[in-house]
Ligand binder design. Structure first.
Ligand SMILES: Cc1ncc(COP(=O)(O)O)c(C=O)c1O
Length: 382
């Protein structure tokens, strides 16, 4: 068995068996000629399947240790497809601290179609147990959560929902398959915003589902084909190229983030730092037991809200933009950006207040990132 770094570089097919091409070709074709009536090459129309996307789907399934991988035009496309496995009246327990777009999709759309959601601090397993009811069909967790870095116990959540006959979904965007494999810990479905660590260069939007549930594969393929949120061949190729360097990027991003997290703890304007790599993080031991590291994500509270615009305006190397996981370090203000769709009281209860800043640390020189933050902290409020 090859090691993970080799698997990332080579995927399931290190070269094209016909031409020898080392980079998977981009099959930029919407449709495919049928050899005869009733016959197919396996590809008919790119909304239903494309050779470049199929190669990426195999790669992501392989990396997550699943039987099936499905590619979508975005992480939200993947999450939306998953929820369509259920019916109005079905109840789903969801991490209360998760990407605001996922909240918006569930609360503004699926809830109106009659799906029932309970928003729970899933890092506290007793609350998950207490929320379970007869109509509960699934638990959906983000771990670590975005942006508060809370860690939920994948194994316990899986056991609980399996005893109840339901499924566990894990959004593994924050760690990527390089650091965490939820299926091996008992999850039924893994979802990814492939836009983030997997693609890694802030240059494309993509999403994935990986699973081994034979009974759901046909439905999911049908949803993928019918809804039309399929990834394009060029974007599939970009993600495949990104995956080759996932290991080296993640190592560098994790090392940089560790330094930044410790640096932030020493800053007088900072009240609290959220980072799963701190030994005093409430779920530090759980993190170590289910993941192989801590990625490049760090959040922090400023003591004074008035410093928020000053810092966002004065960082120069770190870019003020909404996303994460790419080679460029980004700074985000969840209150007004990524988590703005969540009602104010719910946001505040989950810890996402108007003094919270989220950093996605990239692969730049860590000294430059620290100097950049230093200059921003020292900047004038005017
Ligand atoms: C944890 C998480 N899941 C899902 C998504 C949605 O992914 P996309 O933006 O690719 O649709 C995001 C986007 O930021 C995210 O952070």
């Amino acid at each position: 068995m090859l090691h993970l770094d080799t698997m990332l570089v080579h995927g399931t097919k290190p070269f094209d068996p016909v031409t020898g091409a080392i980079s998977t070709p981009i099959y930029q074709s919407a449709t495919f000629r049928h050899p005869a009536l009733g016959a197919s090459t396996g590809f008919d129309y790119s909304r239903a399947g494309n050779p470049t996307c199929a190669e990426l789907e195999k790669t992501i399934a392989f990396l997550e240790g699943g039987k099936y991988g499905l590619a979508f035009a975005s992480g939200m496309g993947a999450i939306s497809a998953l929820i369509k496995l259920f019916h109005p009246g079905d109840h789903i327990i969801v991490s209360e601290d998760l990407y605001g777009g996922t909240f918006r999709l569930f609360d503004e759309f699926y809830a109106h179609y009659g799906f029932l959601f309970s928003w729970v601090d899933t890092s506290d397993f007793s609350r998950v147990t207490a929320t379970l009811r007869s109509e509960t069909k699934a638990i959906f967790i983000e771990t670590p959560s975005n942006p508060m870095m809370k860690v939920s116990d994948i194994h316990l959540c899986a056991n609980l929902i399996h005893q109840h006959g339901g499924y566990l979904f894990v959004d593994n965007t924050f760690l990527s398959p390089y650091l965490q494999n939820p299926l091996a810990l008992g999850a039924d479905f893994v979802v990814h915003s492939g836009t983030k660590y997997l693609a890694g260069h802030n240059d494309t939007v993509a999403g994935f589902i990986v699973h081994s549930r034979d009974e759901c594969e046909d439905s999911l393929r049908n949803i993928q084909k019918s809804e039309g949120a399929m990834l394009s061949p060029f974007d599939a190729w970009l993600v495949m190229r990104g995956i080759k360097t996932l290991g080296v990027r993640m190592e560098r991003q994790s090392a940089n983030a560790r330094r930044i997290a410790h640096y932030l703890r020493g800053q007088t304007k900072v009240e609290k730092v959220f980072y799963t790599g701190f030994e005093d993080h409430p779920q530090y031991a759980l993190s170590l037991s289910q993941a192989r590291g801590h990625s490049g994500m760090v959040s922090f509270y400023l003591k004074d809200k008035a410093d928020v615009p000053v810092i966002l305006r004065n960082v120069k190397v770190i870019l003020f933009a909404e996303s994460l996981g790419g080679v460029e370090s980004l700074i985000t203000y969840p209150w007004e950006q990524t988590h703005n769709a969540i009602p104010e009281t719910m946001r505040t209860n989950a810890g996402v207040n108007d003094r919270l800043i989220r950093l996605s640390i990239g692969i730049e020189d860590a000294d430059d990132l620290i100097s950049d933050l230093d200059a921003a902290f020292l900047s004038d409020r005017k």
